[in-house]
Structure formats: C-alpha cells, structure tokens
Design a protein around this ligand. Structure first.
Ligand SMILES: [Zn+2]
Length: 420
C-alpha cells in the first residue's frame, strides 16, 4: 500500500465525528470516549497486521515485527483536553498508522517498527501530564501523590485507571517497553505561531525548553490610600509590577527564543482603599540552553532585590517546579531536516515550548526527534485548533521520509542500543 497522506486527513475527520461534539474533541484519558477512540484506532491499525498490546501503564502498542528486535518507535496520543482540537496528539498517531501501512506493504522490515499511543498525555482529568510516557521512560516518581489525586467528580485516579485495566502500582513495568527502542519519532502540531509567521509548513524540533517556575512574595505595609503620602508608602505591588516589566527585557536580551511570563499577581488586602501589603507573583522562565536559563533566573532575582530596595519592601523567592532543557538527537535532527527538505523545500529549527511525550522518551536515553507542522493562528487546546489540509498531508509525507531514513540507520546499527 503506497503512502496516501489524504487518508490520514480523512481519518482525522472520521475521529472528530466519532469522539467530538459542537464544543470540540472529548477524548479525555480514562473515559469511555477515549476508550472508544482506542477501539477505533485498533481497527485502523489491524489492516497492517501489526500486533496490538497494552502495557502496564495503559499505553497502546502496535508492533510490526522486523528481522531484528531493535525497534523504531513512532508515537503520539489520542487523548485530548475537554473541548479540544481535532489534531493535537491524534495527528501523530494517525500519521503513524499511515507510515505503518506503507512499511507493512514493503514487506518485512529490517528492524521492528512500533507505533505507540501514549496514555494520558494531557493530564486533563487529574492534572498529571505525560502519564504513560513517563511510566515507560521510568521517570515517574510521584506514585504516592498520584494515589491522592481525585477528579472534579470525586473519582480517585487509581480507580479510574483500574476501570481501564491499569494498576497504578505496576505502571512502571511499562519501562520494559523501551528496552528494545533504538529511536523515537513524533510528529505534532506546533501549537504556536512561529512556522505560520515564517510561511513554512514544517519545522524540526531541536529540543524542549527547560523551565524554571517560582513564586515571589513581596511584603510591604498596608496603609490608607487617602492619608499616606506617595513618598512614604511601602507598596508590595510596585515590586511585582517592576519585575513583571523587567522580565520582558530579560527574555529579550537573552534572545534565541527565551520566554519569561508573570502569570499572576495576587494582592492583599486587595481593596481599593489600601496600599498593597503583600503581592504574590508567579514567574515562569523557559529556554533551550541550561546556562542561559540559569542566567535568566539569576538576573530576575538580582532585579527583584534592586526593586525591593527601591520600594523599601521585602522579597522572597520559592521554587515551584523546574525541569532541565532536553535536546533531541543530532543525527535524527539531520534526518528530519532532510525529510522536510524533500517534501516541502525549506525547513526551520525550533524549540518546543510545551513538553511532549518525546521529551520523556529522550530523557530515557532513546535518540529522539520531533517534527512540527504549522498551526493556524498558533491555537490549540480549543476547537479552533486547525492546520491547512495540504500541510497535514505534507507532514505525513515528512514523517514517512524520516521513518524511512531512521529505519535504515537503525538497521545499520545506529540508535540505541548501538551494539545489540
Ligand atoms: Zn499533544
């Protein structure tokens, strides 16, 4: 069966009909609609005669046995956020099915080819993203916290998992699935405006941003808005406001795609007749380079001390969460550039702001790369999410070219484990 990218677009539309409504996609993981989507995918993949297995974390695998057990893995996620788009995650999986069809039609591949539909990438119901891929990667270390998670309807996470045949205590057994993985590929919509602004259909993702997230508490003195002269105030909001503007310059000076966001400031007492006594500010900083990320954090901290001095207030920093940048494999980035050049002419290297399953697989030591296809208006996680059909078709073609190059590379001993 030759590659037919238009079939992928038709199947995406079919899935939208089956699992969406007027508000968008409703394939939230660990729900009936999600299970229906998995059942539907099972039917699509069956044509390739790939063997289906569900691992201990609920990930759905389709395996096309090759002459060698070493495996080329292509991944995606069929789960969506509530009222989600028609492409996020499922494009990856359905493009993967089309590539499997092409490979199966070419005869027994030199190495094993596996398509994985990761379970609960979005974390939409319980707030824990990358569930299945972090279990497979062996990086899931929060089972005690996961046991306590409850959805909006009061259902505990372990019970929801059990309804779909997954035992939380055994989820990490999924780690064995990556033992034979020599390389990992993932296609995804960009979910941002960069490729559209460059007029390019496709780009190569060189890695995922490292993230520094902090809570910054500013402390001044509540005082009457009418009786306190301007030069005698200790206004906590003034510190937060100065920092909110400063981080924009810090990101601009850092360049290279660095971003800083002050996502919220909560003021107390928070009334119109009082100077702000405490301002609790949230800061998110991201960059692809760990040294630049650390420098951005240090700059923001130094600036906050300066502002605290200027305003005669106090400032305190508390880390909420951080993750190192993850860089994808150089060889695979090269293959991805060739693949895009072959189907679309020009290409562009860009980092990914959001985390993806690919980041977990890469952290586990499997050579990894991602392709991004242009998102219209940079929108996702909404029913307005869209990509031009011709670009979707190009993306299937590019994934296929990339899979073909990677398969040859793995067959020649490339990838992990190199000497298996
Ligand atoms: Zn996604």
């Amino acid at each position: 069966m030759p590659l037919e990218p238009s079939r992928t677009v038709a199947e995406l539309e079919e899935l939208r009909e089956l699992t969406g409504n007027e508000d968008g996609a409703q394939r939230v993981a660990w729900t009936e609609t999600w299970e229906r989507a998995r059942e539907w995918l099972r039917g699509k993949a069956a044509e390739t005669e790939a063997t289906e297995t569900i691992d201990a974390a609920g990930n759905q695998w389709f395996t096309l046995a090759g002459s060698s057990d070493r495996a080329l893995v292509i991944g995606g996620h069929i789960d969506s956020v509530p009222n989600g788009g028609w492409l996020d995650g499922c494009l990856n999986v359905l493009a993967g099915v089309e590539v499997l069809r092409r490979i199966a039609a070419d005869g027994k591949p030199a190495v094993t080819v596996r398509l994985v539909n990761w379970a609960d990438e979005e974390g939409a119901r319980f707030g824990r993203s990358l569930f299945g891929s972090s279990a497979a990667a062996g990086s899931m270390a929060d089972q005690d916290e996961l046991r306590q998670l409850v959805d909006a309807g009061g259902v505990a996470l372990p019970d929801a998992l059990a309804d779909h045949g997954v035992d939380l205590d055994r989820a990490l057994d999924a780690n064995a699935e990556l033992d034979s993985a020599a390389a990992y590929l993932e296609l995804h919509i960009e979910q941002g405006p960069v490729l559209e602004s460059l007029g390019l259909p496709l780009g190569v993702v060189v890695g995922t941003f490292g993230v520094e997230r902090h809570r910054i508490t500013w402390r001044g003195q509540a005082a009457h808005a009418g009786s306190t002269p301007m030069d005698q105030r200790r206004d906590a909001l003034a510190g937060a406001a100065k920092l909110a503007l400063e981080i924009r310059d810090i990101a601009r000076r850092t360049g290279g795609g660095a971003v800083c966001t002050s996502g919220n400031v909560v003021c107390r007492p928070g009334i119109v007749t009082s100077v702000v006594e405490t301002a609790e500010q949230l800061l998110d900083q991201r960059d692809l380079n760990p040294h630049r990320l650390a420098a951005m954090l240090a700059e923001a901290k130094a600036a906050s001390e300066r502002f605290a001095g200027e305003e005669r207030i106090e400032v305190e920093w508390e880390k909420i969460w951080s993750i190192e940048p993850i860089l994808f494999d150089d060889t695979l980035v090269g293959f991805a550039e060739e693949a895009i050049a072959e189907v679309a002419g020009s290409t562009h290297r860009l980092p990914s702001g959001p985390l993806h399953d690919a980041a977990e697989v890469s952290r586990a030591g499997v050579p990894t790369v991602m392709l991004f296809v242009q998102s219209l208006r940079g929108l996702s996680h909404t029913k307005l999410e869209d990509t031009k059909k011709e670009h979707l078709e190009l993306s299937v073609g590019a994934l296929d070219r990339l899979a073909s190059k990677t398969l040859d590379w793995v067959a020649d001993g490339g990838g992990r484990p190199a000497d298996a």
